[in-house]
Design a protein around this ligand. Structure first.
Ligand SMILES: Cc1ncc(COP(=O)(O)O)c(C=O)c1O
Length: 349
C-alpha cells in the first residue's frame, strides 16, 4: 500500500542512506533496451542494466557493494585491508582499486586456478598497478583462509587496523547483500519512469549479488522473477545449499536494513547448469553469448560470469521458457579484464 507519496522500498532507501558509505564513483548506471539483440533472439524485449559500469569502466557489481563495506571499515578505523579470491578475481581487483582511491593498504592472497594464472594480465595486472601487495598460492580455499587469517594477525601485530574482506572473513557478507539491494531499487525507479514492466531479471551470481537483488526487488514491490546463474559448482558450500545461503544472506540483509522481508530457500532461483566443468571453465554456450552480445550491441561480456548468465538467457528464449510477452533485464555485473586474461581460451572467429 502506498501512503501519501511513499513508494515501496522507501524504508530500505532510508536505511541505506543512513549506513556509512564512501564515494567510489558509483552513480546511477544506465538501463538500456537492447533492440538488435531482442530482434535477433525473437522472444522477449531485453534490457540491460549496466552495473559493469558501476564505479567507472573498470568497476562492476562489487564496487557498488564496496562503497558501503569500506564505508563501514573506515568508520571502524581500518587503515589496511586483507582479502583474496581467485587470481583473476574481479572482487579483489575492485577492492585494490577502492583501497588505492581511499588511501588504504591492500593485501591480497590469490589462488592460482589455471596454469597461466601467474601471467601479469587482466585483473592481476591491475591489482599490482593499483599497488596491492599480492601473494599467490595454490588452489586451496581452506589454505587461503588460514593464510589470510595469519596475515591479518601479522599486520595487526605491526600496529595496522585491519579490515577482513571475504575469504579472510564472511562476517560482512550480509552487508554486501544489503548494499546491492540499492541496485534493485535503482532499476525499479528507472523502469517505472520509462513505463517498463519487468517480468524477469537474469544475473550472474553465486550469493551476495543474488541475495541483494532479490531483497531489493521484493522490498521495492516488484514480482519479477530473479534467475541467478551460478559461476560455481553446486557443492560450493560444504554445509548448505546455494539456495539456503542466498536466503540467509537476504534475510540477514533485511534485518540489517530494518525491513521485514523474509526470504526462504524456495524463493531462490539458482541454476548451476551453465558452469561447465568447473568455476572459470570456458563453455561453448558462454562463447556464443559473448559473440552475440558483442556483434549485435557492442556489449562485452566476460567468460567467467556474465557470459554464463547471458547463455542461460539465450537458452531460455530458445526453449520458450521466455516468450514475447515477457520483458527481461539482463544484469551486467562486469568482469571486462577477464576478456584479456582468458584471450588464449576464447573462440572469437
Ligand atoms: C563479474 C562478476 N559477476 C558476478 C559475480 C558474482 O557475484 P557474487 O559474489 O555476489 O555471487 C562476480 C563475483 O566476483 C563477478 O566478479
Amino acid at each position: 500500500m502506498t501512503v501519501g507519496n511513499a513508494r515501496p522500498g522507501d524504508r530500505m532507501r532510508t536505511a541505506l542512506a543512513r549506513l556509512p558509505r564512501v564515494d567510489l564513483g558509483v552513480t546511477v548506471t544506465p538501463c538500456e533496451h537492447l533492440s538488435r539483440l531482442s530482434a535477433h533472439l525473437g522472444g522477449p524485449d531485453v534490457y540491460i542494466k549496466r552495473d559493469d559500469l558501476a564505479g567507472g569502466p573498470l568497476g562492476g557489481n562489487k564496487t557498488r557493494m564496496l562503497e558501503y563495506v569500506l564505508g563501514k571499515a573506515i568508520a571502524d578505523g581500518a587503515d589496511t585491508v586483507v582479502g583474496g579470491s581467485a587470481a583473476q578475481s574481479n572482487y579483489s581487483r575492485q577492492l585494490a582499486a577502492a583501497c588505492a582511491r581511499l588511501g588504504l593498504e591492500c593485501h591480497l592472497v590469490l589462488r592460482r586456478i589455471r596454469p597461466s594464472d601467474d601471467v601479469l594480465q587482466g585483473s592481476l595486472l591491475l591489482d599490482r598497478l593499483y599497488g596491492a601487495v599480492v601473494e599467490m598460492i595454490g588452489d586451496d580455499r581452506t589454505g587461503q583462509t588460514s593464510r589470510l587469517v595469519e596475515l591479518a594477525a601479522e599486520l595487526e601485530r605491526r600496529g595496522r587496523v585491519v579490515y577482513r574482506a571475504p575469504q579472510a572473513s564472511d562476517r560482512d557478507k550480509p552487508l554486501h547483500a544489503a548494499a546491492y539491494a540499492s541496485g534493485a531499487l535503482e532499476l525499479l525507479d528507472q523502469t517505472a519512469a520509462a513505463g517498463v514492466d519487468v517480468t524477469h531479471v537474469y544475473v550472474s551470481s553465486l550469493d551476495t549479488t543474488h541475495a541483494g537483488l532479490l531483497l531489493g526487488l521484493r522490498s521495492g514491490g516488484s514480482a519479477a522473477t530473479l534467475r541467478a546463474i551460478s559461476p560455481n559448482e553446486r557443492a560450493i558450500f560444504p554445509d548448505r545449499t546455494i539456495e539456503e545461503e542466498v536466503a540467509r544472506l537476504a534475510t540477514e540483509a533485511a534485518r540489517l536494513l530494518g525491513v521485514s522481508d523474509r526470504i526462504v530457500p524456495i524463493d531462490v532461483d539458482t541454476s548451476t547448469d551453465f558452469v561447465g566443468e568447473r568455476y572459470g571453465a570456458i563453455t561453448e554456450e558462454a562463447m556464443e553469448a559473448m559473440r552475440l552480445f558483442a556483434r549485435t550491441e557492442a556489449i562485452v561480456l566476460d567468460p567467467v560470469y556474465s557470459a554464463k548468465a547471458a547463455a542461460a538467457l539465450v537458452a531460455d528464449i530458445r526453449s520458450g521458457r521466455l516468450g514475447p510477452d515477457d520483458t527481461v533485464v539482463f544484469w551486467h555485473t562486469g568482469g571486462l579484464p577477464a576478456v584479456f586474461a582468458y584471450a588464449d581460451e576464447l573462440v572469437v572467429e
